[in-house]
Each structure stands twice: as C-alpha cells, then as structure tokens.
Ligand binder design. Structure first.
Ligand SMILES: Cc1ncc(COP(=O)(O)O)c(C=O)c1O
Length: 428
C-alpha cells in the first residue's frame, strides 16, 4: 500500500537547480504548483524522491498500459539498444519497424495496412491531415482542404491538430479565429445534429478533405462518451459525400475502451487511423498513421509530385519500434482485454456511489476509463494535492476526475484509487 504520506524531505539537488530552466506542460509557470520529484516507477507505482509511493491512476496520460518498467519491454529495448538505437529511415530499412508495420496491418480491421511512423500523437494527426489533403490534390481536386471535426474534440497541441480540436471550449480557445479554419460541429448523436451535418455536407462537401473524430471517447476534451451509432452514421455520411473518415485512436487504441480498437467495437472501418500513447506500452514517444488501400493508391504513381513529402528525423526509431513490438507481444500473450473487463466492473462498483455525492454531475465508465464529472471544480491544484495526500496520483482537469489505470493494476490498488476518489469527492 501507499507509504506514509506525511514523510516529507528536502527535494534532491537536481530538482531546484533544473526546475528554474524547465517550461512545464499546460502550466502557468508563475503560479503552477511545483511538480512532484519522481525517482522511480514500477508496476502501477510512482516512487517520489522522499520515499513516498503513489498508486498511479492515470498510467502517464494512459500510455503505460502494461504498468511501468515491464521486463519484457525493457529487455526488448535493451537488446535493440545494444545493436542499433536509431538509424535514419530514408534509404535504409530495418527489422523492428517492418515487423511492427506488418503486425499493425494484421491487427487493424479492413485494409488499413500502410503504416507511416512518426514521433508523437500530434504529429500522427498532422500526417493524417496532410495525407487526406494530398489524397484530393493527387486526384486533381485542390479545393478540398478543410476538415469537419467535433465540439469537445481534442487532437493534439501542434497547430494543425489544434485547428481541428474544439476551438471554443477546448484548451486552445486563446487561438480561436487565428488558426486555419475548419468546420467544428456537434457530434451527430441525435436527429437534429444528424440532419445538420447532412445539410452541411450537402452544401460544403466540395471543400472538405475529411472528417476527423475520436471514436467512442472524446478524451482530453472532457472524457465524453458516445455510441457506436454515431460512428456508423459518420461512415455513412463519408461514403455518401465521398469524404475521408479519420479515426484518431491515440487515446482509445490498444484496449482502452474494451476492444483492441474502438473502431472494432463500432464495426466501422475508417480510411485513416492514428495511433500513439499505448503503442510502445508507455516506454518511448512514438506514433503511427495508418492508411487504407484507397488512400495509399492515390499516392501510388510514376509522378514524383504525388509522393507524401514527410519524413521525421526519428521516423521508425528502432528503440520505439522494439518497445512497440514487445508491447504487442504482451497483448498477444497476456489476457489484457479480460483485465480491461475486470477493471471496468471494478470502476463501476467503486465509482458509481459517487453519483449520490454533492456536486457530482455524472459518473461513467467505458473499458478501463472511469469518470466522475463534477458540476464544477473550483480549485484543481487543491484537489490534485488532496489525492496525493491519499497516496494516489490522480490529476483532474476541467470538471472531471478520471481514472485510466494500467491494465495490469492489482485489484487492491484499483480499490485504493476508487476509494480515494469517493473520499475526496465526499470531503469536497
Ligand atoms: C485523441 C488524441 N489525439 C492526439 C493526442 C496528442 O498526442 P501527443 O500528446 O502524443 O502529441 C492526444 C493526447 O492526449 C489524444 O488524446
């Protein structure tokens, strides 16, 4: 169990000296609560410099799906490190990315079978957008350069990805009106929004390269869930108006919603899919944009101008590919989806009682995602600190408290997380 949380000591020397040169993520540097110094991770635990051990409720932005420091991934990366940490992917090919591409093509539904590797989720989205725009250019249609995306959506922090994220309520609201203009509308989850999207496409399909959506769960935009029917409807509209359908599975991919990919649960095959986060089991930054045959065929030509002009320096990094292949081994060898189902049931059991507490607006669970949505959270920093006092690492944002634990979390650790949520919300 979590160690005594009252233990406090002076931070290590590297902390104060380095912190003043660091720019932290999503933080007003002047007022931000200083981050907790971490010295080690293992399983579902984060070990702090003062010896405290926190049970991790987030798995490092839901990347570490097998828990931290999984020996199988560690050994694969160590082996690869000894042979070749990295070699450029222009003009050279090597085993790990080729093996990984083949495995992803087999795992993904339909003919999503052409894999472009990059470094992070946001870049994978940029690549997907670029592919979609060039798909049309290569077919002789230059006017289709806009995207339809959805309110509550989040696709990353680079400017292209920001422009298809919710620009009004999202974290990039400051840039509203300053980014390339796309069409951000309500998800078609009822008759009125379905009709509105249909009408929009009747009028605007000629401008639209594609529709981009986070299937089943809008993550960083508020952990909002929708039904498979929404995705089926989007597929039907994309076919009717001949626009590409892009699924951003950077959050949902690799078991998080209960199936390998959310598109599988929805039985909808997109034209392009983006993957990252749990792709390397939380070990190294890495991403893939996977195109269907139809998309790839639009680039297949004797004309060099029809080539996809993209190639990150660290494309197909050998260490990241080794980690990703090892992560896929674990999905094959260990009962991950069964573990997700068990976690799901425990999240329902542990979080549902929160519904009766003051200030709670909604409680919802899908796969290994548990959400307690509050009417509002006045002081996020104070709430985050309360969780640390309870011996857990849980990081609410906006008005949601959420859990996205490792799939390997022990039952008592998961109970400690849901108990902490219940206790802190009750005390709130
Ligand atoms: C659905 C989705 N797309 C894209 C991203 C961006 O990924 P990254 O942070 O690796 O750039 C995220 C990150 O949370 C995400 O959840």
């Amino acid at each position: 169990m979590a160690d005594d949380t009252s233990k406090k000591s002076t931070p290590p020397g590297w902390y104060a000296g380095g912190l003043k040169h660091i720019w932290l993520p999503y933080a007003q540097m002047k007022t931000a609560t200083p981050p907790l110094p971490v010295v080690r991770t293992h399983g579902s635990r984060i070990v702090l410099a003062d010896g405290r051990e926190l049970i991790d409720g987030i798995a490092s932005w839901w990347t570490a799906c097998h828990g931290y420091n999984h020996p199988h991934i560690r050994q694969a990366v160590e082996r690869q490190l000894a042979d070749m940490p990295h070699v450029m992917f222009g003009g050279l090919a090597h085993e790990q990315p080729l093996m990984l591409a083949k495995r992803l093509a087999v795992l993904l539904p339909g003919d999503l079978n052409r894999v472009f590797f990059s470094d992070s989720g946001s870049v994978a989205v940029e690549v997907a957008m670029k592919m979609a725009m060039q798909y049309w250019i290569n077919r002789g249609v230059k006017a289709r350069h806009q995207f339809i995306a959805f309110k509550g959506g989040y696709h990353g922090d680079t400017t292209g990805a920001m422009a298809v994220s919710d620009g009004e309520d999202g974290m990039h609201a400051l840039f509203a009106g300053l980014l390339p203009q796309h069409v951000i509308v309500d998800l078609p989850d009822d008759e009125a929004s379905e009709a509105a999207l249909d009408k929009l496409l009747t009028q605007r399909a000629g401008d639209i390269a594609g529709i981009i959506v986070e299937p089943l769960v809008q993550g960083a935009g508020g952990m909002k869930f929708h039904d498979a029917a929404v995705l089926k409807h989007l597929r039907a509209l994309a076919d009717k108006y001949d626009v590409l359908l892009i699924f951003d599975e950077i959050f949902t991919g690799f078991g998080r919603t209960g199936t390998n990919f959310a598109c599988e649960a929805a039985q909808v095959i997109p034209d392009i899919i983006t993957l990252s986060k749990a792709l390397t089991g939380g070990t190294l930054g890495f991403a893939a944009t996977v195109a269907s045959r139809k998309v790839f065929d639009a680039f297949w030509s004797d004309d060099p101008k029809k080539a996809l002009m993209h190639g990150p320096s660290y494309m197909a990094n050998a260490l990241a590919c080794a980690a990703a292949n090892a992560s896929l081994d674990l999905f094959e060898r260990e009962p991950r989806l069964q573990q997700v189902a068990t976690i799901s049931a425990a999240l329902v059991l542990g979080l549902e009682p929160c519904r009766a507490l003051r200030g709670v607006k909604d409680v919802r669970v899908m796969g290994a995602i548990g959400v307690v949505e509050m009417e509002r959270i006045d002081n996020l920093d104070a709430l985050r600190a309360r969780f640390v006092e309870e011996g857990v690492f849980i990081r609410p944002f906006g008005n949601v408290i959420y859990l996205t634990p490792a799939f390997t979390i022990a039952a008592d650790e998961l109970k400690a997380l849901t108990d902490a949520v219940m206790k802190v919300v009750a005390d709130n």
